[in-house]
Design a protein around this ligand. Structure first.
Ligand code: SAM
Length: 363
């Protein structure tokens, strides 16, 4: 029965697997493998409340394994047990001695619980984290999005790299569910800018290329281009590589890419990337230097609708910017703005994420 159940489980047929695991547990309530797989199968079916007692048992029986605490924290977060979700996420961090998956889960749990139950509930865990691991970049990013600091002007590189390394295998599916369409918007605005004058082969640099969605969308409209992608996350680059769209992929921080890129580019794209930068002056100066005169820079930004600050780090750990600041900084760095269009970038929970799509030409 176990072999059959495991077969269903491996095929992600979780309902059928759960049924068999329950039968095994009826005969042998302490069967560890059946309990472990049943808990995960229930979780995968989004039956979070039913999974909780099994994960609690597993935490007791297999105390040194941080993943049971991680799962339990996620299940509790989904069922609105904010305090337990935070405690379990914290336990996973401590037991794993700070493994990045568990630190990211803690940061996300703090954000979600604070959003639903108020920040007072999450604050004590955040303080504990800061005291025990003061040099943790993921903690620092999380802390700064709770306690705004004007000197924090760019996301922690280690935070961004860890986040997207973990997120990479699910990125395309999750973003499709969030109705993310910036790559298509970027392809459309480029097609509109060039009109009928379909450009001959152009050199395009895709900053923060991620899994390659921009190249995919642009290639549908302008197939014969030379694409270079830059990203800090090796796992996102692996996804991009699998799409076989880029002529060259570079793993580095955007701020370091100029050293590897000799010839100027005709177009530079950055879809949903500026949100990881607060101050954009240095970034726009870099883009200007990488473009030929007359080259275009196309990108999206999330809009700051919460206050008057040029840029602001939201509790979600993403920066939002005012359109005035973006425009001013483009002009200062030698760009002419061809279009600055308000639009909904994607959804987040029930809410729309509002932002702008810009096309700027290097003077
Ligand atoms: C939300 S994803 C967007 C990916 C892609 N542009 C798209 O639209 O699907 C943001 C990407 O930017 C990358 N990124 C953010 N900051 C970066 C930096 N400083 N250097 C290199 N890559 C960065 C991340 O690793 C991630 O892959």
């Amino acid at each position: 029965m176990l072999t059959k159940a495991n077969h269903f489980y491996e095929q992600k047929k979780f309902a059928a697997a759960a049924k068999l695991y329950r039968r095994i547990l009826k005969k042998n309530p302490e069967h560890f493998a059946a309990k472990a797989n049943l808990a995960v199968a229930l979780f995968e079916q989004e039956n979070y409340a039913a999974s909780i007692p099994y994960f609690e048992d597993l935490c007791r029986a297999d105390a040194a394994n941080p993943w049971w605490h991680n799962y339990l924290s996620q299940a509790c977060q989904k069922t609105g047990e904010g305090k337990q979700a935070l405690d379990e996420a914290w336990r996973a961090v401590v037991i794993s001695n700070g493994q990045k998956e568990h630190r990211l889960n803690l940061a996300y749990t703090i954000y979600e619980v604070a959003d639903i139950s108020g920040r007072r509930v999450a604050d004590s865990i955040l303080k504990k984290w800061q005291q025990k691991y003061p040099h943790d970049a993921i903690m620092r990013q999380c802390y700064k999005s709770f306690y705004p600091d004007e000197n924090f002007t760019c996301s922690e590189a280690e935070y961004v790299e860890s986040l997207f390394d973990v997120f990479a295998p699910d990125f395309d599916n999750v973003l499709a569910d969030l109705n993310y369409h910036s790559p298509q918007d970027i392809a459309d605005i480029l097609a509109a800018y060039f009109g009928c004058n379909k450009p001959a082969q152009k050199r395009i640099l895709d900053l923060g290329c991620g899994s390659g969605l921009c190249a995919q969308a642009i290639k549908l409209k302008m197939p014969d281009n030379y694409f270079v992608g830059v990203d800090i996350s090796a796992n996102m680059l692996r996804e991009a590589q699998a799409k076989k769209l880029y002529n060259h992929l570079l793993k580095c921080n955007i701020f370091d890419c100029a050293a590897y890129l000799k010839k100027p580019f005709d177009m530079i794209t950055a879809a949903d990337v500026i949100t990881y930068f607060g101050a954009v002056d240095k970034l726009f100066a870099l883009v200007k230097n990488l473009l030929r005169s007359g080259g275009v820079f196309v990108f999206t930004v999330s809009e700051n609708t919460v206050n008057q600050k040029d840029f602001f780090l939201m509790p979600s750990s993403r920066f939002v910017h005012t359109p005035q600041y973006i425009e001013k900084t483009l002009l200062k760095n030698g760009f002419t703005i061809w279009q600055n269009k308000p639009l909904v970038l994607r959804t987040e929970g029930e809410k729309d994420v509002v932002g702008r799509l810009l096309l700027a030409v290097a003077n």
